[in-house]
Design a protein around this ligand. Sequence first.
Ligand code: S3P
Length: 434
Amino acid sequence: MAALARTGASDAVDGAVRVPGDKSISHRALMFSAFAAGTSRVRGILQSDDVHATARVLRALGWSVPEVAAQMTIAGGGLVSGLRAPRAGLDCGNSGTTTRLMAGVAAAQPFASTFEGDASLSRRPMRRVAAPLEAMGARVDFLEGRDGLPMTVHGGALRSVSWELPVASAQLKSAILLAGLCGGVSVRVREPAATRDHTERMLAARGVSVESVGGWVSLQPTDRLVARDVDVPGDPSSAAFFVARALLAGEGSLRVERVLHSPYRDGFLRVVQRMGARIDMHRDAGDAPDAPDALVDLVVHGGTRLRAVQVGRDDVTAMIDEIPMLAVLAARAEGTTEVRGAEELRVKESDRIAAVVSNLRAIGVTAHELPDGLVVEGTDAPLEGHVLAHADHRIAMAFGVLGATRDCRITLDDPACVSVSYPDFWAELQRVAR
Ligand code: S3P
């Protein structure tokens, strides 16, 4: 159990923070460098448990991936050459992105791969990724009557597919695109709402024909991926915690540097601006990889009175991983905040709707669940109590941010779970307090 803060903790922030590399782009940088014909250099990759899981699974399938490090040189093995049936289950740890994207890859291999994970990942729905892969000709087995890991993908020759996804999910979209890529067949995917497009952009930059027209994303087969260097930009989902920390400060400002700015990932910034946040955005000199997406420095000013906000389905897709932080921020905003259209949060690393609401209540905030979201009443009262991370890095960090502010005395059961996406989080959180 860790005490995160004491009543009267610093009420000001100061200085700058550079958040680690984007998690989504880091997974894809490893995969696509491994699949390329040629050598790629990857700089600034996220060094965290989730990315280690992707490296481990690629190696187990026969790709040669060096140790995950700040600067990596990856000699691509091509799309298929030398691949082998894994000798044991593929340990995906806590990483849904590793599991779902690599399930697409495994569907095209002439052998069976069993995906395994920790308790949290094992509970997450996987039949949604199995269905399109089976429509393409793979067979996917689960334990009798279950959805979740372990899941065995029996790969083989695939046929093309045209698939309408029941939920907006970049992981599912990517699994289908990667099955098409590795299986050498064309695929089309339709999403109910447009999700992060890192797979499409990064494949296109490697010479793959990928198009997005009228809500359908389609990929044409190719037999080789061109190698390309990647400079991984800062993760906007990690940046959200420091944006929130600065907004909760009584005074000062914080610079959050070199953050990816993508229309599919900027929902949190848009929503906190509706709450009254003062954020200056400076375009960084560099460019995000493979994309006209910008790199930005954010200067976030403390001392602002935040107002409650209504968050709806239109906002949710572009801030899916930031909603726990937004909901915790709402505890310090004036009025009643409501989040709707976010039922997917129930099947993330934890049931994030239940986890956020029960934790807010445990520290004295009035909040309740909705089937597809939550309601939070803002308060100025001192907040005190013990919260549970539910083995979910983003729940831990969201309450950690609140716990670092004045008039909060919050303890957390499992601070170490942040290693999934942000191993240095606690040190950085402490450093920015003046
Ligand atoms: C991700 C997609 C999202 C997101 C996850 C990363 C990706 O998941 O929550 O953290 O890298 O494609 P879903 O596809 O399940 O929405």
